[in-house]
Design a protein around this ligand. Structure first.
Ligand code: ADP
Ligand code: MG
Length: 253
C-alpha cells in the first residue's frame, strides 16, 4: 500500500459527555478528492478541526505523509503541508487580493508572518519564487482580474475563492475545505467544482465537506459518510448513492 497523504486512525473526540467523533478511520490518497458527508451534527467539522489541530484529539492518530501530527500545534501542521480554508478570508479587508495571498505564502518562509508585506526579514532569492507562486495561484483560482482590488470590495464568491487561494499559498500536500459551496449560486458552484479538480491536478489532495450533494457526487473520487460521529459507509459516489444505510441516515432526508 502506498503512503496516504493523510491517514486518520481510530480518531475519537469528545466534548464533555458528547462523543462528537467515534473511532473514525480513513485515508486520503495522493491525487485524491475525498468527500466527507453526513447529517448536521454528525461530526464533520469536529473531524476537520481535529485534523487541523484546533483542539487536541481525545484518542487516535493522525498521519500526514506517514508522520504523526496529532500532537503538533496548528501552525506546524500547516507548514508541514496540511492547509484549511478558514484561517484568512477578510481578516485584512484593506489588503489587495494579491497581498492577502502573499500572507499565506509566509508559513513556508520561516520568517515573520508579515514580512512580505512590511519587508521585515526577507531572504535573498525568496521574492521571485513567491511572486511566481502568487501568479500561479491567481491563475488557478481565476482571481487575476481582481488581483489588485481590495479584499473588502470583491464579491462573496471571490472571497471564498480567495480563502482557498490563501490556503494554497502555503504549498499544502492536502487541503481541507469545510462547506466551500455554502452560499454560492449555481454558476459559482460550477466554478468551484472546476477549481477543486484543478487543485487536485496540481498534485494537492483534497478533503471536502459539503452539503451540496450534486457537487460532492460530481467532484469526489471517494466519499466517507458519518452519522452520530461514526463512519457508516465509504466508497465511490456510485456506491454511496446506492448504499441503504446512507439513504436511511442522510440521502433520504
Ligand atoms: P457537523 O459539522 O457534522 O454538523 P459538528 O462536528 O459540528 O457536526 O458537531 C458534532 C457534535 O459535536 C454535535 O453534537 C455538536 O453539538 C458537538 N460539538 C461540536 N463542537 C463542539 C464544542 N466545541 N463543544 C461542545 N460540543 C461540540
Ligand atoms: Mg459542520
Amino acid at each position: 500500500m502506498t503512503t496516504a497523504v493523510l491517514q486518520v486512525q481510530n480518531l475519537c473526540k469528545s466534548f464533555g459527555g458528547v462523543h462528537a467523533v467515534r473511532d473514525l478511520s480513513f485515508r486520503v490518497e495522493p491525487g485524491e478528492i475525498l468527500g466527507l458527508i453526513g447529517p448536521n451534527g454528525s461530526g464533520k467539522s469536529t473531524t476537520v478541526n481535529a485534523l487541523a489541530g484546533v483542539y487536541p484529539v481525545t484518542s487516535g492518530e493522525i498521519l500526514l505523509a506517514g508522520g504523526h501530527i496529532q500532537t503538533l500545534p496548528e501552525y506546524e501542521r500547516v507548514s508541514m503541508g496540511l492547509a484549511r480554508t478558514f484561517q484568512t478570508a477578510s481578516i485584512f479587508p484593506e489588503f489587495t487580493v494579491r497581498e492577502q495571498i502573499r500572507l499565506g505564502c509566509n508559513v513556508t518562509l520561516h520568517s515573520h508572518p508579515l514580512s512580505s508585506v512590511f519587508g521585515i526579514g526577507r531572504h535573498p532569492g525568496e521574492d521571485e519564487a513567491v511572486t511566481q507562486r502568487i501568479e500561479d495561484i491567481l491563475e488557478l483560482t481565476g482571481l487575476n482580474d481582481v488581483a489588485d482590488n481590495r479584499v473588502a470590495t470583491i464579491t462573496a464568491a471571490e472571497q471564498r475563492f480567495l480563502m482557498i487561494a490563501t490556503a494554497l499559498a502555503a504549498q499544502p500536500k492536502v487541503i481541507l475545505l469545510d462547506e466551500p459551496a455554502a452560499g454560492l449560486v449555481s454558476h459559482e458552484r460550477q466554478a468551484l467544482s472546476s477549481l477543486i479538480r484543478s487543485i487536485r491536478d496540481t498534485g494537492v489532495s483534497v478533503l471536502v465537506i459539503e452539503h451540496h450533494m450534486a457537487l460532492i457526487m460530481e467532484v469526489c473520487d471517494r466519499i466517507v459518510v458519518l452519522n452520530f460521529g461514526s463512519k457508516i459507509a465509504e466508497g465511490t459516489p456510485e456506491e454511496i448513492r446506492n448504499n441503504q444505510a446512507v439513504i436511511d441516515a442522510y440521502l433520504g432526508e
